[in-house]
Design a protein around this ligand. Structure first.
Ligand SMILES: Nc1ncnc2c1ncn2[C@@H]1O[C@H](COP(=O)(O)OP(=O)(O)OP(=O)(O)O)[C@@H](O)[C@H]1O
Ligand SMILES: [Mg+2]
Length: 299
């Protein structure tokens, strides 16, 4: 199967600022792909380029294994900036305007409003909507043409915790429908909660790309303590599935191979006659991972 999106060696400069620099990445069908990076790292510029609203300097990108065309564009629903709706028109009336432009039957409007949870407010004027409702209407609008791919730029920006949870839940439900989602975010925990894959940009360069689960697995650290720390350290180091052992503040930190857990280590220690007074498994958050990735990429 072709990747949904394949970007190769993309470059974009604004005056002195190299916004995107030799970026290559692929998004596979059915994934929720997060583009992470600090402010100004080129996320919006990249999305703008693949949506044909920003001109690239060099490089290529393909949608569904083909050069971009009006045909491929129809399969993409996007929200780059907060879209402009008519303030005095209702949700339904606003979506009729969009449906006419996209040549989508009006019957679809009720469906998408139900999807985003706005069915009850559909007759209310757009200007009476909360920020979260406006964002959900924007997503409804992008869903009208039943696109195969949804592109979202910072979809939860400015929302309160409940609004954030609603949008995240909505994104997950859209993904469960089989749509591929590409979203820019600078919120690590958002990517951790919503995305299956992610890329990290720094100053327009790709510094990491991979699966969220893979990034989190193999990073498990087990913390162990015992009355005799020296003996604990000596025995733990003999466990065949240990990657690394270090001691910090009276606690032994043991990094295991991905397929082994704290239970396996504990079993080994018991077999060797070591009684532990403390044992806990720490899964590293994506945030920590991310900061390490950023710190270890020089430049
Ligand atoms: N229209 C423009 N004119 C000049 N410079 C621009 C323009 N758009 C973006 N830039 C610059 O390009 C760089 C990348 O910007 P971009 O908006 O793509 O970053 P971003 O990762 O989306 O950031 P944020 O997290 O703040 O949304 C920044 O240095 C920005 O100032
Ligand atoms: Mg941006």
């Amino acid at each position: 199967m072709h990747p949904v999106l394949a970007i190769k060696d993309l470059h974009k400069r604004y005056g002195k600022v190299q916004a995107v620099s030799g970026l290559s990445l692929e998004v596979q069908p059915g994934t929720v792909f997060g583009i992470l990076g600090p402010n100004g790292s080129g996320k919006t510029t990249t999305l703008g380029i693949v949506l044909d609203v920003v001109k690239k300097d060099a490089g290529t990108y393909e949608w569904f294994g083909k050069s971009p065309s009006s045909e491929s564009r129809k399969k993409i629903g996007a929200i780059l900036e907060t879209p402009v709706f008519y303030p005095y028109l209702s949700a339904v009336e606003n979506l009729r305007v969009v449906a006419r432009i996209k040549e989508v039957p009006f019957t679809r409007i009720e469906e998408v409003l139900l999807w985003v949870g706005l069915a009850e407010r559909k007759m209310d004027a757009f200007k009476t909507f909360s920020l979260g409702m406006k964002q959900r209407l924007a997503i409804a609008s992008a869903l009208l043409s039943d696109p195969a791919v949804m592109i979202l730029d910072e979809p939860t920006n400015g929302l309160d915790p409940q609004g954030i949870a609603e949008i995240r839940d909505l994104i997950i439900r859209i993904a469960q429908e089989g749509k591929t989602i590409i979203m820019a975010s600078h919120l690590l925990d958002e990517v951790q909660k919503v995305c299956t894959h992610f890329a990290v940009l720094k100053k327009g360069k790709l510094i990491y790309s991979g699966g969220v689960r893979e990034a989190l697995s193999g990073t498990d650290m087990v913390e162990v303590a015992s009355a005799d720390m020296d003996r604990l350290q000596q025995i733990a180091a003999q466990f065949p599935f240990v990657q690394q052992v270090s001691r910090e503040n009276g606690i032994l930190k043991v990094r295991l191979l991905p397929e082994k857990s704290s239970l396996d280590l504990n079993q080994f220690l018991v077999e060797q006659g070591v009684v532990v007074s403390h044992l806990s498994q720490k899964t590293k958050s994506l945030e920590k991972q991310f900061l390490e990735i950023l710190a270890s990429s020089h430049e």
